[in-house]
Each structure stands twice: as C-alpha cells, then as structure tokens.
Write a protein that binds this ligand. Structure first.
Ligand code: KMH
Ligand code: ZN
Length: 276
C-alpha cells in the first residue's frame, strides 16, 4: 500500500473489435489520443498492440513506428510504452518479436501456452527462451504475462536456467477462457505464491478480463499490487454499459486508489519501480 500504484492501460489489444467497442483506438492518431487521455487520467504505462491500415492486428515495424510516433507526439517521452510480443492468437513467433528491434522501454513476455477461447495461444518453451533472449539483448524490460499458476512455476524454472533475470515484473491475466478465472481467490493465491518467492524489487499487477476488471483492480489496490485496465481486456464500464473511452476506465481506478489511500504512480515513479 505504501508503493505508488502503477496503472497500465491496454488501449487496443489484438482481439477486440470496433464492433464490440466503437471507441476502440486503432489508427495511429486514435492510439496517440487514447494514450494521452489515459496518461492524463493516471496511466503511467501503455501496453501497445497496433493495427494495419485495414484495422487488422499487426506486428509490422512500420505500424509500430507510426503509433509510437503519434503517442510520443502527444505524451512526449513521459509515458512508458510496453510493446506486445504476444500479438494476436496464431501470429508467428518471428513476427511477434519484430518490434523489439525498436528497443522500447518494456515488452510483454508470455511464459506459457494456454487455450484462449476457442483458440490456442502458443508459447512453446524454446520460443519463450528465444523471445526472452531478444528482449534482454535489446535492453528491454520484460513484463511476464501469466494466465495460470503453472506459468509462474515456468518463470522460476527459466530463472534457474539463467534465461530470465530478477527482479520479475509479472502480470496476472485472469479471466481468459482457458486460463485461471477472475475470482478474487485466484488473485490471492497467485499473489501469495509470488510474494513468497519473489525478490525484493519484483512487482505484480493484475489484468482482469471482462467483468473481473473492476473487482480485481480494487483488490490489487488494497493488496499492494498494480493494475491494468483498458479495451484489450474489457470494453464495459458496468454491466450492459460500454465505456466511453480507455481513459474513463483509468480514471475510475485512479479515483478508487485515492479513496483507498493509495497514491497513483507518475511515469517517473513507475520507471523506478519497474527498474527502467
Ligand atoms: N492477444 C493475446 C493472444 C501480450 O500482449 O503479450 C496475447 C496478448 C498478450 O495480448
Ligand atoms: Zn496484449
């Protein structure tokens, strides 16, 4: 509770569509605007997926460059940009790794395979090891994406093998059909398990999918974790009511944090906590 709360905003994602959420930012300009609004509402990190000119998920360098330029145009160098190496389900590992050459401050690193709705999100051990090596060789700080407790076990196995380095910055992604669901008991179990093993500078955050976003964000604030919100994970403000913008979801978490006595991290504070 003493540590400022890092709010990450996952503004776009790869699977969310304009049909589900008309305010989904997909062009570079829309993404730049969404990032600025999210930053003004209290987000210190943007988890970034980009789309091509047709609105399809893309891991192309040029598409990332355009979106990053539009974000920086509006946010300066202030906000932390975390590029996705998860991409869309079915994307090749080589394409997923492409934007690492842009040397962003942070990138996601998916540690294990899981069923993802009706699909399979493949993260084979050798591919995870290769992705980790490229992340470190580009001087990027990884955020470990964990969808079930076995992925945390895998992360510690990779640490033992010297593939991953501590401190760990982990994201518990709860509520993906195929991963752990978003019941609070699952967050408590995940966090206890992590707290018992983690190094001093490590940190955790939670991304609750769909209806789990708000309750898990609230618990994370109280438990001393960090929070991810945004249209990648949830398009609703409340049951039956679409959110107006990513910033509206960020604003609510900022407001809750203040009410609950937790300071919201500035990007500078976030960099310190994340070791960037
Ligand atoms: N789109 C999901 C299949 C990440 O960004 O690293 C994976 C994902 C994770 O979004
Ligand atoms: Zn993502």
């Amino acid at each position: 509770m003493d540590q400022p709360l890092i709010i990450t905003c996952a503004i776009t994602g790869a699977e969310t569509t304009k049909a589900q959420q008309p305010a989904l930012p997909i062009t570079p300009q829309e993404q730049g605007q969404a990032a600025k609004e999210a930053m003004d509402a209290g987000a210190s990190v943007i988890h970034l997926h980009v789309r091509d000119a047709q609105g399809k998920p893309s891991q192309n360098l040029e598409d990332f460059k355009k979106s990053i330029a539009e974000i920086k145009k509006r946010c300066g160098e202030e906000i932390v940009i975390q590029i996705s190496t998860g991409g869309a389900v079915g994307e090749s590992i080589a394409n997923r790794a492409r934007p690492l050459t842009l040397k962003p401050e942070m990138a996601s690193l998916n540690i294990g395979t899981l069923n993802f709705g009706d699909d399979v999100f493949m993260n084979a051990p050798k591919d995870v090891e290769g992705m980790a090596a490229q992340i470190y060789s580009n001087g990027v700080v990884p955020e470990l994406e964990l969808y079930e407790v076995g992925h945390l076990e895998s992360a510690y196995r990779l640490l033992k093998k010297g593939i991953l380095k501590e401190p760990f910055h982990v994201q518990f992604v709860l509520g993906v059909p195929g991963g752990m669901s978003g019941e609070v008991e699952n967050l408590v179990h995940f966090a206890r398990f992590f707290e018992a093993r983690k190094s001093k500078e490590s940190s955790w955050a939670v991304a609750g999918v769909g209806r789990y976003q708000l309750p898990l964000a609230t618990y994370a604030i109280l438990m001393g974790g960090h929070v991810r919100v945004g249209f990648e994970d949830n398009v609703f403000y409340r049951k039956g009511e679409l959110a107006k913008s990513n910033a509206q979801l960020v604003e609510r978490v900022s407001r809750l944090a203040k009410e609950l006595g937790r300071q919201v991290a500035t990007p500078e504070q976030a960099r310190k906590i994340l070791g960037i």
